[in-house]
Design a protein around this ligand. Structure first.
Ligand code: SF4
Ligand code: FES
Length: 250
């Protein structure tokens, strides 16, 4: 088993009003099979032992499903590995002696709360504005009894893979939340349960996205390239189609 030493450059910011700055840390003796977040845990244990303030970073599941572990690693949201969250990234993807820069999402609608933690409640408000269904669907039916074509089910399932992490916003030069909103809108618009609020939902969610200060889609595809769940730009096409359909029908 290889041991690694890395040089870290980490964004430290006390609170929303602090200007923030990068601080350098050297860390050695790392097990290459550690996850990136475990490497940060080791650093924090060292900092605490030295009487210093640990680095604040968001994490929860550490399995790539909750979307909490938002951080930019060497300029890439969630780091260098395609289709992978920061918590699923392992240290064997780095080399001994590497310089690693870690910073928070940089987007005006996601202000930094502390160090690497940003306020992502704008996403919660977008979901509250329409990302739900009102019909009572009962308990989970048998998969074969669901009256949905496999094509529709797969289309909705791929959209449902969005974990709400915000990497798409961090990757976009306009800080657009289009990929996130498009995934949620498309998932529900493709299923029978999503039909009652279909038109109202897309208008409310897109309007709320604008109100939160997210920019417009640039059409460059940076969001799709950096999304850890590889959500397709196709869903933005679908969202735009749904939005126009809703406006024509109203
Ligand atoms: S679309 Fe991808 S990058 Fe954006 S919030 Fe969902 S999972 Fe994260
Ligand atoms: S900690 Fe849950 S996705 Fe990374």
């Amino acid at each position: 088993m290889k041991k690694l030493s890395v040089k870290l450059r980490i964004w430290r910011q006390k609170n929303q009003n602090d200007v923030g700055r990068f601080i350098d840390y050297d860390i050695d003796g790392l097990n290459e099979h550690m996850s990136f977040l475990e490497m940060l845990d080791v650093l924090n244990e060292n900092l605490i032992s030295n009487g210093e303030e640990p680095i604040a970073f968001d994490h929860d599941c550490r399995e790539g499903i909750c979307g909490s572990c938002s951080m930019v690693i060497n300029g890439k949201p969630h780091g260098p590995l395609k289709g992978t969250t920061a918590c699923q990234l392992h240290m064997y993807h780095f080399s001994d002696g590497d310089n690693i820069t870690i910073e928070p999402w940089r987007a005006k609608p996601f202000p930094v709360i502390k160090d690497l933690v940003v306020d992502r409640t704008p996403f919660d408000r977008i979901i509250q504005s329409g990302g739900y269904i009102s019909v009572n669907t009962g308990s989970a039916p048998d998969g074969n009894a669901i009256p949905i074509s496999q094509e529709d089910a797969l289309y909705a399932f791929d959209a449902a893979a969005c974990i709400g992490c915000g990497a798409c916003v961090a990757a976009c030069k306009n800080a657009s939340a289009s990929l996130f909103v498009a995934a949620k809108v498309s998932q529900l618009a493709s299923l029978p349960q999503g039909q009652p609020e279909r038109a109202k939902r897309v208008v409310s969610m897109v309007d709320q996205m604008d109100e939160e200060g997210f920019g417009h889609c640039t059409n460059t595809g940076a969001c799709e390239a950096e999304c850890p769940k590889e959500i397709s730009l196709e869903y933005i096409r679908k969202m735009n189609w749904e939005y126009h359909r809703a406006n024509i029908k109203s």
